[in-house]
Design a protein around this ligand. Sequence first.
Ligand code: CA
Length: 356
Amino acid sequence: MTPQMPQTQSPARPAKVPYKRIATEEAFATQDMLDIYNKIFASGTADAGFQGLMGFYMSSPSERAQHIMRCLVDLDQLRIQHMDESGIDVAILALTSPGVQVMDPATAVSVAINSNDQLAEAIRRHPTRFAGMITVAPQDPAAAAKEIERGVTKLGMNSVVINSHTQGEYLSDPKFWDIFAAAEAHDAPIYLHPNALPPQMLQPFQECGLDGAIYGFGVETGLHAMRIITAGVFDRFPKLRMILGHMGEALPYWAYRLDYMHQATVRSKRYDSMKPIQKRPSEYLCENFYITNSGVAWEHAIKFAQGFMGVDRVLYAMDYPYQYAVDEVNILDNMNMSLEDKTKFFQTNAETVFKL
Ligand code: CA
């Protein structure tokens, strides 16, 4: 059955339902961060992926781009109006991709601190409507670990967002593992959110327009998650929890082949980089990961993931403002699913994972 597409013209306001709708992958930007992006663009040092993503949104006169920029920087009236119109009770906010990960290390560390302070302030203004994820600068893993501690103990945030690769580098590299140690120690799940593709991956996607959220983001973020799994991160940090958006970036659908070919590749000793790990890739996916349906309002895919990972591991997300589609909420409310499972999907899984 092909997906039902949302109505574009004035969809009905979502009905009152017996569960709270908690949207778990909702983006914001600070003006301070955008000012630094503008400096990077002006210096001519932005890589092509970043230029193609935020360079587009920040300069395009198109209605979509202008609307997204207006929504991203609003942490008050407009955002709450859109949440009310789409029936979202609580939004879990994360600094929009690529966050601070395109900056030099010192700037990235200070913009991360500043963004977390601004987010904490917005949550204080709207404590029943907003929760937030801690932004970190992977460029400086020790500072990132400290910021996770500050975010949890001082700012009251219980999760971390990392926008996939950092200037072409992946968290599978042990030099980043102080970040995992801090996240595990503070029981703060890391939301691995997409980033624009790194230069070494961009061309075959960009030349046909498939580099963005349509496909490239999912491929690159799924790759990142697989690198983390196969590097043995969860053997070293067994209590570490991670979250993937966009239906787990399709990894649940790949699980059988990932397990089979991982075992075959390890046995054949084909790559020095692929060492034995304690469990099958699918077991880490089911035991260390949660996924959200951000950008995918499709009952078949959601039910498949619930069947694979369990109903406690699949959460609702809207992906505001990039995919602000009110009718998707109606589609999801009307899924053929028990009220108990729907309540887990929309509300209680998020309350548990993000400690709301
Ligand atoms: Ca997103």
